[in-house]
Design a protein around this ligand. Structure first.
Ligand SMILES: O=CC(=O)O
Length: 332
């Protein structure tokens, strides 16, 4: 009997032992492609036939491009599972996969603490308006001339969490340790136990009443530019916004305008609409803290993500079922 193949798109950096252990179940293969055109040719050539499971990383986007309908259509018919190493799986068109009978998984939960930590760092840094002075001290200008406006304390401020999944709920606990009052909006209201006392409000109430707004929702066609000019104008003047989810949830051009007008006081970003390119208006504005997508950039979390993704591959091979199928395919 021919052995199934597992195709690796991207690199295994940490969990080498677990990855190698999969070789008792399947042949582990790599792509030779250096760009999307070459990958599509590889698919067409039949070289990847027999691949049952694909393990892909966020960075493999630079080789294959998005797993969009064009690419998904060209995958060998043997492919039944796409295991994405990351919590956010907007690079994969789940509907196109579903149409072809391919199941998709991600790595939820492994990223919660790490991402919520960066989230809290951005909240504190933006509220305290540390960025201008962190820039001026390196220019030999101490706090800057004139000194920056006074920062604000987190204590007693209302934090509106948009998207109360694993990261949102983790952030809630951290923010409460700083005596912030947490409200949230989510596609569906959480059970009392999951909400943990956070007040559920409508989207409009959240953006009208929060002192700090944190974006913790997935990017998809419903959430693309969820925050644009209209929503920014509805916010409290001097609001603080932080985003560790995906850049395109905010219309960056509209955000730059709102920062320039003072409607938004300060912003903390880990993600951008067109990574690795950053809107020049964000780079130019000292009231923006810029982190180059490092929400999960720790040894512990990167290792845990790889281990989790490998366990999805193993589960697919051994039982035909993924450990953490994406919500759109749950119950299918
Ligand atoms: O951005 C990081 C992730 O989606 O895990």
């Amino acid at each position: 009997m021919t052995r199934p193949k597992v195709l690796l798109l991207g690199q295994i950096e940490h969990a080498h032992e677990s990855w190698n252990s999969l070789s008792s179940l399947a042949e582990l293969v790599h792509t030779q492609a250096r760009c999307r055109a070459e990958f599509l040719d590889e698919c067409r050539s039949g070289q990847l036939n027999g691949t049952t499971v694909i393990y892909r990383t966020f960075e493999s986007l630079s080789i294959t491009g998005k797993f969009d309908p064009e690419l998904v259509r060209l995958l060998p018919t043997s492919v039944k599972f796409v295991c994405h190493n990351g919590a956010g799986y907007d690079q994969v068109d789940v509907h196109a996969c579903t149409d072809r009978g391919i199941r998709v998984s991600n790595t939820p939960n492994t990223v919660n603490d790490c991402t919520a930590d960066v989230n809290m760092f951005l909240i504190l840094g933006s509220l305290r308006r540390f960025n201008p002075s962190m820039m001026s001290i390196r220019e030999g200008k101490w706090r800057g001339h004139p000194p920056p406006p006074l920062g604000r304390d987190p204590q007693g401020k209302t934090l509106g969490i948009l998207g109360m999944g694993g990261i949102g709920r983790n952030l809630k606990k951290k923010a409460e340790a700083f005596s912030m009052n947490v409200i949230y909006h989510n596609r569906s209201r959480l059970s009392e136990e999951l909400a943990g006392g956070a007040q559920y409000v409508s989207f409009e109430e959240l953006i009208r009443t929060s002192d700090v707004i944190s974006l913790n929702l997935p990017l998809n066609k419903h959430t693309h530019h969820k925050i644009s000019t209209r929503e920014l104008q509805m916010m409290k003047k001097g609001v603080v916004i932080v985003n560790t989810a995906r850049g395109a949830i905010i219309d960056e051009a509209a955000l730059v305008e709102a920062l320039n007008s003072g409607q938004v006081a300060s912003v903390g970003l880990d993600v951008y609409e067109d990574e690795p390119n950053v809107h020049p208006g964000l780079i130019a504005n000292p009231n923006v803290i810029l982190v180059p997508h490092m929400g999960t950039w720790t040894y512990e979390t990167q290792t845990a993500m790889e281990e989790w993704n490998i366990s999805n591959v193993r589960s697919a091979l051994e039982t035909g079922v993924l450990r953490s199928v994406v919500p759109e395919q749950m119950g299918m």
